[in-house]
Design a protein around this ligand. Structure first.
Ligand SMILES: [Fe+2]
Ligand SMILES: [Fe+2]
Length: 321
């Protein structure tokens, strides 16, 4: 008898969730949600948070070697924004019951991933500009639709993140414009950076739709609003005119306007390379994780001190890990 009552309650909860999704409303932390929805969100938000935090490294590499005080101040602000994005996102994951300490451990152990793009090295200062233009540009394409994601805390975090990402893209483009009006060596530096980052930027949208098994369910749940291939196409269409204004060539001989589709046709990235980078064998994977672990270990005394302070002043239990 009691199990029948329980089943009715479960059905009512599932119906309530389905109604929220079909009405285009937001699911909030205290609402009932299926385990699959919760786990998919935790995985996606954690992966996003890790990407913001690891993503500080490639550009952070140039902070002490910026060519002027102005460039240093801009880059410092940008890298600091990325730390903020990571923190908003870890907070959003916490509203789903995930612990930030556990997510950090999973990142360091390699059981949770971050974007493949941050495993490539930054070889010249033009990379700072190209990351702003292409990498933050691709992030904007990915993230603007997430402002309408069905999970409230994630969608709201994305609104502020997207505003800051658009500043990041503009600062990158402005830096490249300045270099392109400089010397031949500077122009060559920009072109070299574009050649190295173009394909990895296209990989940021994830595998082709045919190899993306979770996309359909994520779209039914309103977590994702567009497929990987749709977003990749949108990015290419947005970027080609910007490349023309900048005066650089995108390294894809198959890139051509398709009048019928009203979009650009383009070549396929090297998906074998993508698989390698995602599985930990990219050029900088080991270095990125080693630096993240070292930073976490170096922060242990701060967490101990914060715990001691919380215990003595508020009687809090537990610890900052
Ligand atoms: Fe960011
Ligand atoms: Fe950014």
């Amino acid at each position: 008898m009691s199990s029948t009552v329980g089943e009715h309650q479960d059905d009512a909860l599932a119906d309530g969730f389905a109604e929220i999704i079909s009405a285009g409303l937001r699911v909030e932390p205290r609402d009932w949600m299926p385990d699959g929805y919760r786990n998919t969100l935790i995985r996606q938000i954690a992966q996003h948070a890790h990407s913001e935090i690891i993503g500080m490294q490639p550009e952070g590499n140039w902070l002490t070697r910026s060519p002027s005080l102005r460039r240093k101040a801009i880059l410092l602000a940008k890298v600091q924004d990325e730390a903020g994005h990571g923190l908003y996102l870890y907070s959003a994951a916490e509203t789903l019951g995930a612990s930030r300490a556990d997510l950090t451990i999973k990142l360091c152990e390699g059981s949770q991933k971050y974007s493949s793009i941050f495993n490539y090295p930054t070889l010249t200062y033009a990379d700072v500009g190209v990351i702003g233009w292409l990498v933050d540009g691709a992030a904007i394409c990915n993230q603007v639709p997430l402002c309408r994601s069905s999970y409230g805390p994630y969608a709201r975090a994305m609104i502020r993140v997207c505003k800051e990402e658009s500043f990041h893209q503009r600062q990158g483009y402005e830096l490249l414009m300045t270099m392109m009006s400089g010397t031949d060596a500077q122009r060559a530096m920009v072109q070299g950076a574009v050649d190295r980052w173009w394909w990895p930027a296209l990989m940021m949208f994830g595998p082709p739709d045919a190899n993306s098994p979770n996309t359909a369910q994520s779209m039914r749940w309103g977590i994702k609003r567009h497929t990987n291939d749709e977003l990749r196409q949108r990015f290419v269409d947005m970027t080609v005119p910007q490349a023309k204004v900048l005066g650089v060539t995108l390294p894809d001989p198959q890139l051509v306007w398709n009048e019928e589709r009203g979009s650009y046709d383009f070549g396929a990235p090297d998906w074998d390379e993508f698989d390698k980078v995602i599985s930990g064998q990219g050029p900088c994977n080991a270095e990125r994780i080693a630096i993240r672990k070292r930073a976490h270990d170096n922060g242990a005394w701060v967490r101990r001190a914060a715990t001691a302070f919380a215990v003595t002043t508020t009687g809090a239990k537990g610890e900052f890990r």
